[in-house]
Design a protein around this ligand. Structure first.
Ligand code: BES
Ligand code: ZN
Ligand code: ZN
Length: 490
């Protein structure tokens, strides 16, 4: 008998208990309240003095917090500066101070209420994101939930734009949490077929056109990379095309959707990293999640996504080392390592995206261990053939605090991708692995402005760190929404 997962299993549980946000002019006193305070700034009525707070180690610095018992329970959260990143962090510090509470009221500090409206909106949005991202937990496969799901955030302010900014923050947090759900879901619970079904559901709910392509259609389209990676699997591959129609500008997104990366015949060792390979579809997951925010945030750029989905498994039918695959462009690739599978599925996706002549292509992929080795778990590697597009990605990343660091598309390494029997090899030498992978992808985008974001480093957090809670980070989901919002051609 084949082990199956119940069809009723929901891979996107966070959508069924979405927290709500609201604004009030005066707190009700019925739920925990947070105050964001700068060192030596006036404290809320009834709070201890700065001298007394110093005795318990609270000086109003970022990351510090102190709980004041009483009714309501109050938490003072230190804050050093008024930037989006600082507000997101402060929101997370406040929310994690009361892990058992389903509700939280946050008083906006005077500096925010008095800021110019556009700054205020940014700061409030980030604050709401911080609260809602910090309280995310992945619990559908636990028999008992440890802490209650967060239900409602109230902001205390008398300023008119605050409600809209909080709403945008909630949409952004929903987006990241959706990507986290998808990447936290175990591989048997979320294969390519189920991912296609989830995309259709989301498309229906969020006003997107979704087309799901099965094996025969993929063969008709000549997607030899995707089919070659899928060859060893008992599961069918899917390409999921998601479109959001708005203005004239066209942004294309391509996502690596490896629902499980065993390495194929180039089998990975059974170490903790291997167990994270259920998240090798985060590129596709983050893109799918980002698409769900576009209508809610009235984005005026049209966005089309190609999500390249399959698992990568060893078996008697697997692609073998030395096999040659033909990408949709006609380019032939000798597979010298079946664990370098992401670039094979992305190649087909990039060719399809380039054929649609968009203004730019951005691909997102958990592509190389080398990107993790180079930059660690806090930054993604960015590559681009176009400076304007690179700057847009960098600005979006700065705004969402999903850090990217640009690395060079160094053509001097291009020769390492030569093959004796095919046009290209899917691996190069031992060094500069993230660059070699980017150079491989570069072969498939033609002259279209293109950026590649290798998220292997920041895809996962092994600890609760402010709003980056343990598990999949959902990295790049908000970055992509921000990019779509700010996208311009040269
Ligand atoms: N999915 C992995 C990359 C990865 C590693 C993501 C660690 C997240 C954390 C990718 O498919 C892979 O296995 N890449 C190989 C490429 C190599 C064979 C050229 C790698 O990085 O070792
Ligand atoms: Zn791999
Ligand atoms: Zn992979």
């Amino acid at each position: 008998m084949r082990l199956t997962v119940d069809d009723s299993f929901d891979p996107i549980p966070s959508l069924s208990h979405l927290p709500t946000v609201g604004v009030t002019a005066a707190a009700s006193g019925a739920e925990p309240e947070a105050h964001l305070v700068q060192a030596e700034a006036p404290l809320p009525a009834g709070a201890p003095t700065w001298e007394e707070l110093a005795q318990v180690g609270f000086e109003g610095k970022a990351g510090q917090r102190v709980l004041l018992t009483g009714q309501p329970l109050r938490v003072l959260v230190g804050i050093d500066e008024f930037s989006s990143a600082a507000l997101r962090d402060a929101g997370a510090t406040a929310a994690s101070a009361v892990p058992q509470s389903t509700n939280l009221t946050v008083h906006l500090p005077a500096a925010i209420n008095q800021a110019i409206p556009s700054d205020r909106a940014q700061l409030v949005q980030a604050l709401a994101e911080g609260v809602l991202l910090a309280r995310y937990r992945y619990t559908p496969l636990k028999s008992a939930d440890e802490s209650p799901a967060f239900a409602h955030l109230t902001l205390v302010s008398d300023q008119p734009e605050v409600a809209e900014a909080a709403r945008r923050g909630a949409v952004m947090a929903r987006t990241t949490n959706l990507a986290r759900d998808l990447a936290n879901t175990p591989p048997r619970h979320l294969n390519a077929d189920r991912l296609g079904a989830v995309a259709e559901r989301l498309g229906h709910k969020f006003g997107l056109t979704v087309e799901v392509f099965g094996p025969e259609q993929l063969a008709d389209l000549g997607l030899g990379g995707l089919l070659g990676v899928n060859a060893g699997s008992v599961e069918e591959p899917r390409m999921i095309k998601v479109s959001y129609r708005a203005g004239e500008r066209q942004l294309a997104l391509v996502g690596k959707g490896i629902t499980y990366d065993s390495g194929g015949l180039s089998l990975k060792p059974s170490n903790p990293m291997h167990a994270l390979m259920k998240s090798d579809m985060l590129g596709a997951g983050a893109i799918l999640a980002a698409m769900t925010a576009l209508a809610d945030l009235e984005v005026d750029t049209s966005v089309t996504a190609w999500l390249m989905c399959t698992d990568n498994m060893p078996s008697g039918s697997s692609t073998k080392l030395g096999d040659v695959l033909t990408i949709r462009s006609g380019t032939t690739v000798e597979v010298k390592n079946t664990d370098a599978e992401g670039r094979l599925v992305l190649a087909d996706g990039l060719v399809l995206a380039a054929e649609s002549s968009p203004d730019a292509i951005v691909d997102v992929a958990t592509l190389t261990g080398a990107a993790l080795a180079a930059l660690g778990p806090r930054s993604a590697a960015l590559f681009a053939n176009d400076d304007h597009l690179a700057h847009l990605v960098e600005a979006a990343a700065a705004s969402t605090d999903e850090t990217v660091w640009r690395l060079p598309l160094d053509a001097r390494y291009r020769d390492q991708l030569k093959s004796h029997v095919a046009d290209l090899s899917n691996i190069g030498g031992s060094y500069g692995g993230a660059i070699l992978a980017a150079l491989f992808l570069n072969e498939f985008v033609g002259e279209v402005p293109w950026a590649h974001v290798d998220i292997a480093g920041p895809m996962y957090s092994d600890q609760d760190d402010l709003w980056r809670v343990t598990g999949s980070t959902g990295f790049s989901a908000r970055l992509l929404v921000e990019l779509a919002q700010t996208f311009t051609t040269h």
